[in-house]
Design a protein around this ligand. Structure first.
Ligand code: ASP
Length: 310
C-alpha cells in the first residue's frame, strides 16, 4: 500500500500583496482549504486519485473567487467559455471539453467524455448533450456571473482601446486544478478554467489539452498547470516534465523547476504547475508573484499558500 498525496491550485499570476486585504486572503485560503479537504476525504477512504481530483476541482469550480465554473472570466464579447480536462495515470485515458457554458462543473463533463464516449476532447452541443445524458447539473447565466470578472473585462477592454494593455498576461488569468496519488499508487490530474479575460470567442487554452495543461502517467507524474496557456501549449508543459523524468532520470522537482523556470519563463510563459510523482513527492513551482495552492500528504497537516513565503 502506498500513502496518498494531493495538491491543488487556484491559479497563478500577478497576485499583489498591496491589493490583498486580510479578509480577501482569508477567503482565498478558506476556499483552498475546502478543496484540499474535499480531495483528501476521498483518498482517506481509499478512494481513487481520479475521484479525489474530481472532488477537489468541483469544490474550486463552485467557489466564485476562482476562474473556473462559477466565477469564470469573460471573452471579448462578454460570454463565458469554459475548458476542462481529466487524465488517469493508470492508462493515460483522458477526457476534455472546450468552450462550454451551462454545466455547473465542467470537470465532471470532461470526466463524462472520458467515461461515456470513445473520444478525448469534445466541443459544442454534443459536449453539453453528454453532460445531460450523464445527469450533470446545469446552471443559469446569473449563477456564473461575478461583478469582479465583469469589471476586469471592462478594464482590459478600456486599456486595449487606449493601447495600454499590460504586456503581462499574468494579470488576466487564473485556473483551478488538482493532482493526486491514491493508496493504490495510481496518479490522476484534473484542470478547469474560464481561460483568460478578454480572450477571443472560441479561443482554447492549454487546460483541456492532455500533455499541455493536464497530464498523468503512473510511471512518472501527474501535472496541472496554470498560466499563459498559449506558451504551455507550445512547450507541452505537462508531458515535458514527465519526459525529463523518464529520459533524463530527473526528480519531479528538478523536472518541474526546469520547465517552469526556464522553458516557460524564458518564453513569456508566466504561471506555474502543481505536480505529484509516482513516489508521492510534490512540486509546485511558479515563475510569477503568486500561485493559490494547497497540498496534503498522508499523516501530515494540510498546507495552503498564495505567495512564495506563505
Ligand atoms: N492556462 C489557462 C488558459 O490559458 C489560464 C490560466 O491558467 O490562468 O486558459
Amino acid at each position: 500500500m502506498s500513502t496518498y498525496s494531493l495538491a491543488i491550485h487556484g491559479g497563478a499570476g500577478t497576485i499583489l500583496r498591496t491589493q490583498m486585504t486580510p479578509e480577501k486572503e482569508a477567503a482565498y485560503k478558506a476556499g483552498l482549504a475546502r478543496a484540499v479537504a474535499a480531495g483528501e476525504d476521498v483518498l482517506r477512504q481509499d478512494g481513487t486519485a481520479m475521484d479525489a481530483v474530481t472532488a477537489a476541482v468541483c469544490a474550486l469550480e463552485d467557489e466564485p473567487l476562482f476562474n473556473a465554473g462559477r466565477g469564470a472570466v469573460f471573452t471579448t464579447e462578454g460570454a463565458q467559455e469554459m475548458d476542462a480536462c481529466v487524465m488517469d495515470g493508470r492508462d493515460r485515458s483522458a477526457g476534455a471539453v472546450a468552450g462550454i457554458f451551462g454545466p455547473r462543473n465542467p470537470v465532471r463533463v470532461a470526466r463524462a467524455v472520458m467515461e461515456r464516449t470513445p473520444h478525448v476532447l469534445l466541443i459544442g452541443p454534443m459536449a453539453l448533450q453528454i453532460a445531460r445524458d450523464a445527469g450533470l447539473p446545469f446552471e443559469e447565466r446569473d449563477y456564473f456571473f461575478t461583478q469582479a470578472r465583469w469589471d476586469a473585462l471592462q478594464e482590459t477592454m478600456e486599456m486595449r482601446r487606449k493601447g495600454q494593455e499590460s504586456d503581462d498576461p499574468a494579470r488576466r488569468h487564473g485556473t483551478v486544478g488538482a493532482v493526486a496519488r491514491d493508496r493504490a499508487g495510481n496518479l490522476a490530474a484534473a484542470t478547469s478554467t474560464g481561460g483568460m479575460t478578454a480572450k477571443l470567442p472560441g479561443r482554447v487554452g492549454d487546460t483541456p489539452l492532455p500533455g499541455a495543461g493536464t497530464f498523468a502517467e503512473n510511471a512518472t507524474c501527474a501535472v496541472s498547470g496554470t498560466g499563459h496557456g498559449e506558451v504551455f501549449i507550445r512547450y507541452t508543459a505537462g508531458s515535458e516534465i514527465a519526459a525529463r523524468m523518464r529520459f533524463l532520470g530527473q526528480s519531479l522537482d528538478e523536472a518541474a523547476q526546469h520547465v517552469v523556470m526556464k522553458d516557460l519563463h524564458d518564453h513569456d510563459g508566466s504561471g506555474g504547475v502543481i505536480a505529484i510523482a509516482h513516489d508521492g513527492s510534490i512540486s509546485m513551482p511558479f515563475n510569477c508573484e503568486g500561485m493559490y495552492r494547497g497540498s496534503v500528504r498522508e499523516g501530515e497537516a494540510p498546507q495552503v499558500a498564495i505567495y512564495r513565503d506563505a
